[in-house]
Each structure stands twice: as C-alpha cells, then as structure tokens.
Design a protein around this ligand. Structure first.
Ligand code: MN
Length: 193
C-alpha cells in the first residue's frame, strides 16, 4: 500500500494564536512526513504487509513476525504516521462539536470540565516524549491515559478519539519549556468537544 499524508483541512496559520503557523508547518510537512516515509520504507520490504492499512498493521502489531529492528521501526514510524493523522483531524479553527461524545464524557467523567482537568493533568505530568489519549475501549467505555513515544492505542485494542501530542516538537518554537501553556492553548483548537 502507498500511504499518503492526509491533506490538512486548514491553512498553517489557521490555529493561530494558539498553535503558531511555523510549528504547524514543520510538524506536518517535516515531522509527520518523515514518520510516513520511514514507515513506508519498512512496509515496502515485506510483501505480507502490502495489503494492510496502517491501522491494521498497528492493531495486529504483536502478530507481525519480521526482523526485530524492522518491527521496532514499524511500531514507531507507523505509530508516528497514524497518531499525527488523528492529531491534525482533531484540530481546526472552528468548533464541530460531537454532541454524543460530549454527553458520554459528561456521563463517564462527571462533567466536561472534570474530563479536561484529568486529561490536562496527564499531559502536564507525562515524563519524556509521548501522547495523551481519549479512547473507547472494546466494552464501549471511555478512558484517558498516557502512552510513551509513538505507541498507538490501536495496539491495545482501543479506538482513538482524541490525541494530544506532547513531544517538544509540537510546541517548542512558541512555548519553549512552558508545556502547560501549550496544553491550555491546544484545547482552544480542538473541534469535537
Ligand atoms: Mn508530533
């Protein structure tokens, strides 16, 4: 399969002033592109992967038997590719609220504010590079958690809903060491809640 970078549905400066245009451009056109290129290079080595989608590869990662170093690349680069697809699709200049999701969050977390507090706390306390996720588990329940590096909730059998990238490349140009400021600003660019 030939994978492609999903087109951004907004311009590089559309998330200003919360996420600056330079960060969006470098994050999308450089970082995301390189995850994709490296993922493609591994997939192209193995005919048994040729018919699988990126999501299928991540979901079935534990069952894929390839060279150890290539398996690590598949996990890291495949995760980097798909995680960023989700990240960009969650964001935009205009709200497109998912009322069903908001209702579910209210039921399971008590309120939208309580949910945001828990999610934000996980993002500010994540050590090293990684992501914070809102996922739906196979039993239909929502959950939020941190994952390190480019690990994917798909590999745990969970459906990703909302993804916050807290790698330094996601915010360092504008926010430097002030990760909490990036996280607070990021909430303003999330469309679905
Ligand atoms: Mn990133």
């Amino acid at each position: 399969m030939k994978f492609e970078l999903p087109k951004l549905e907004y311009s590089y400066d559309a998330l200003e002033p919360h996420i600056d245009a330079e960060t969006v451009e470098i994050h999308y056109a450089k970082h995301h592109q390189i995850y994709l290129n490296n993922f493609q290079a591994v997939v192209d080595k193995y005919p048994e992967l040729a018919d699988m989608t990126a999501e299928e590869i991540l979901t079935n990662l534990e069952q894929i038997n390839i060279d150890d170093a290539d398996w690590i690349k598949l996990k890291n680069m495949g995760g980097g590719f798909v995680n960023h697809n989700i990240y960009w699709s969650n964001l935009g200049p205009n709200k497109e609220i998912d009322e069903n999701l908001v209702q579910k969050i209210n039921t399971e977390f008590g309120s939208l504010e309580k949910f945001k507090e828990q999610f934000t706390s996980l993002a500010t306390t994540l050590f090293g590079s990684g992501w914070v996720w809102l996922v739906e588990e196979p039993n239909g329940k929502l959950n939020i958690y941190q994952l390190p590096n480019q690990d994917s909730p798909l590999t745990l059998g969970h459906k990703p809903i909302l993804a916050l990238d807290v790698w330094e490349h996601a915010y360092y140009i504008k926010y430097q060491n002030k990760r909490a400021d990036y996280i607070n600003a990021w909430w303003n660019t999330v469309t679905l809640i």
